[in-house]
Design a binder for this molecule. Structure first.
Ligand code: NAD
Length: 321
């Protein structure tokens, strides 16, 4: 009998890609979300449209299949977006994502789910200076996340681990670095920097100008979706407890990200810096724990943007028609 997996947030960017990966690996997959994936048909065997802020919906979602509890649950549902969204929707993030995690963790433990992976974030770490050494997982404490999204993630991590201790459910905590790729949100206010720059460059003329929030010097690392999925799958099967960072160690400034997009697009672009939400000045963290499982990032920023830009350009062109 094939293994079963439940993907919460299967209508979203990472969730819809994860469903495809699990299907390729031979799993029976149930997806759940408020909506179907926006850009391609779901690969899930069954897809439920449910609001996971409600406890009865979480119970329905993890209901065992023919009396067999789910082998694996991936909890990726969250009220989520880029820095603009994180700074303007802090109450919605705190309330909606906390409710989802409180009810899902409880429902999964009650349904005797075997393995439960929670998607946390690099936002659990404090602000850093660009020249500081990378932070290890333990350095999330003493806690001082820069935004409420990070505080909610820390709470949800602790909630999942407490349930793991009490109920014997194997809990895995993945802290994702900023992740991008085709079929991610690219417009509407929830998009993250790589998608936003791909859209702006696709819309700009050769020799034109794009806007970037802040002074362009904030340092970040970006992980291509396929690398992240490799990490998620390895972590789920592993015996690594507590938080585990997953992210590529290729640090670039916001301006370098924009220039990489322009280079891939083959356009000469000027960057105009305007006031806007930037977030922390730097984000670098160690990946020794996930690397100990044999994980390595295979896709450089330039390669990942080369795979993402054409997809966003096609969306921009389709919208104009
Ligand atoms: P996404 O917004 O594309 O996907 C999240 C999905 O959750 C959406 O489809 C949304 O409809 C769904 N959702 C929201 N509220 C819901 C509810 N009440 N009931 C059911 N479904 C609901 O985001 P993503 O980029 O795919 O992120 C997935 C997970 O990874 C999130 O937990 C996010 O915080 C985490 N994460 C993502 C990144 C990144 O760079 N993409 C970085 C760090 C952490």
């Amino acid at each position: 009998m094939s293994k079963s997996a439940l993907v919460c947030g299967a209508g979203g960017f990472i969730g819809s890609h994860l469903v495809k990966r699990l299907k390729k690996e031979g799993y029976w997959v149930r997806g759940v979300d408020l909506k179907y994936p926006e850009f391609s048909k779901t690969a899930a065997d069954e897809f439920l449209i449910l609001d996971l802020r409600e406890q009865p919906n979480c119970e329905k979602t993890v209901r065992p299949l023919n009396g067999r509890p789910f082998d694996e649950v991936y909890q990726l549902a969250a009220d989520m977006g880029g820095m603009g969204f994180i700074q303007t929707a802090e109450c919605e993030i705190m309330r909606n994502s906390a409710l989802i995690n409180i009810h899902m963790t409880n429902a999964a433990a009650a349904a005797e789910v075997k393995r439960y992976l929670f998607s946390s974030s690099a936002c659990v770490y404090r602000d850093m200076k660009p020249e500081e050494p990378e932070l290890s997982e333990e350095e999330a404490y003493p806690a001082f996340p820069d935004n409420e999204y990070g505080w909610e993630k820390l709470y949800a991590e602790r909630m999942a681990m407490a349930y793991g201790r009490r109920f014997g459910m194997v809990v895995r905590i993945a802290r994702f670095q900023n992740t991008y790729g085709p079929e991610g949100t690219w417009q509407g206010g929830r998009e993250k920097a790589p998608a936003a720059f791909c859209r702006k460059v696709a819309e700009a003329e050769d020799g034109g100008e794009i806007e970037a929030w802040g002074d362009g010097q904030a340092m970040r690392a970006y992980t291509y979706i396929d690398d992240l999925l490799d990490g998620i799958r390895l972590l789920m099967q592993s015996d690594l407890e507590d938080g585990v960072n997953i992210g590529r160690r290729e640090y670039v400034s916001v301006d370098e990200l924009a220039r990489t997009v322009a280079e891939v697009a083959g356009k000469r672009i000027r960057i105009k810096h305007i006031p806007g939400p930037v977030g922390v000045s730097a984000r670098n963290f160690r990946v020794d724990r996930i690397s100990s499982l044999g994980w390595t990032s295979k896709i450089s920023l330039k390669e990942g943007i080369s795979r993402t830009y054409p997809w966003i350009k096609a969306q921009v062109e389709a919208k104009k028609k």
